[in-house]
Design a protein around this ligand. Structure first.
Ligand code: A2P
Length: 283
């Protein structure tokens, strides 16, 4: 990746801008609208939201007022856990479209897999949800469909039954929490990995080795984290409400980490993760 407008190409041929602007935990209303307008001004063309972030209306306002054509933007949203199943998924999608005030989505993800702790029928529930995703895709309401927080044992039964294969899996991925088994499985199956919390919510940025590499390139630790994702073929979704950081997080195209540095960061020990494990969550 050489510049912010460069894209990863999904297995169905759709282009997805290589850094997305994450909006998790950004409150609805002016805060999210202004953050997105700043991001678009800084050059982002890819916005990631979700029904559960409760900010889709503010995201939609930013999309309408930014002055760009709809097709110049790549918009992702996600289906929340209470809306799984065929009929509920179709209804939840319409609600998302109404909140965003859009007539198509670029990417729609199942936010979390149903898991065995929640229901004996978790596999059937994921399959019914996916069938609704396939219908929306075939109806051309969505340009690409995918998953979030799916581990290989959630993915395998879904892949066995799917008519249209998932194109993306968005997972927690940052220094010290690289979920290598999930990444390898998805890359083998041509499923693009997107990184949520690529900066470890800011909690991994004081890692001494990261600071050493950042100093070498006269970059910030956050910029090294983002560059490291890109060089690993992973699409980062950094989030910020601070103008200077929104810009800073795009300035990662004028240097390249060596293979040795990528390896060093890959191998840094666990230091922090969110604790949201897909088989343990009860929401
Ligand atoms: P803020 O929104 O106040 O700028 P992640 O994307 O991993 O979830 O991390 C988001 C957190 O990291 C937010 O608290 C955000 O704070 C902070 N953050 C975003 N960009 C940077 C940066 N370039 N340097 C330091 N902290 C950052």
């Amino acid at each position: 990746m050489q510049k912010l407008s460069d894209c990863f190409i999904l297995a169905n041929g759709v282009s997805i801008p290589c850094i997305g602007f994450g909006t998790w935990q950004i409150p609805d209303g002016d805060t999210v609208t202004q953050s997105i307008l700043k991001a678009i001004e800084a050059g982002y063309r890819h916005i990631d939201t979700a029904a559960a972030y409760n900010n889709e209306k503010g995201v939609g306002r930013a999309i309408r007022s930014c002055g760009l054509k709809r097709e110049e933007l790549f918009i992702t949203s996600k289906l929340w856990n209470t809306q799984r199943g065929y009929d509920k998924t179709l209804a939840a999608f319409e609600q998302t479209m109404s909140d965003l005030q859009l007539d198509y989505l670029d990417l729609y993800l199942i936010h979390w897999p149903a898991n065995a702790k929640q229901s004996q029928d978790w596999q059937k529930i994921n399959q019914a949800t996916w069938r609704a995703f396939e219908k929306l895709y075939k109806d051309k309401r969505i340009r690409a469909i995918g998953l979030s927080n799916f581990l290989p044992h959630h993915l395998e039964p879904l892949l066995n039954q799917a008519e249209i294969l998932p194109l993306v899996n968005q997972i927690e991925f940052h220094l010290g929490y690289t979920q290598r088994v999930v990444v390898d499985f998805c890359q083998l199956h041509h499923i693009l990995i997107e990184a949520w919390s690529p900066l470890g919510q800011g909690k991994v940025l004081a890692e001494p080795e990261l600071i050493r590499i950042a100093d070498k390139y006269q970059k910030t630790p956050a910029q090294i984290c983002i560059r490291w994702c890109l060089q690993g073929g992973i699409l980062p979704l950094p989030k910020s409400t601070t103008s200077s950081r929104i810009r800073e997080n795009t300035m990662v195209f004028d240097f390249e980490l060596s293979a040795q540095e990528v390896q060093t960061i890959n191998q840094l020990p666990h230091c922090w993760d969110s604790g949201f494990y897909p088989d343990k969550i009860d929401f």
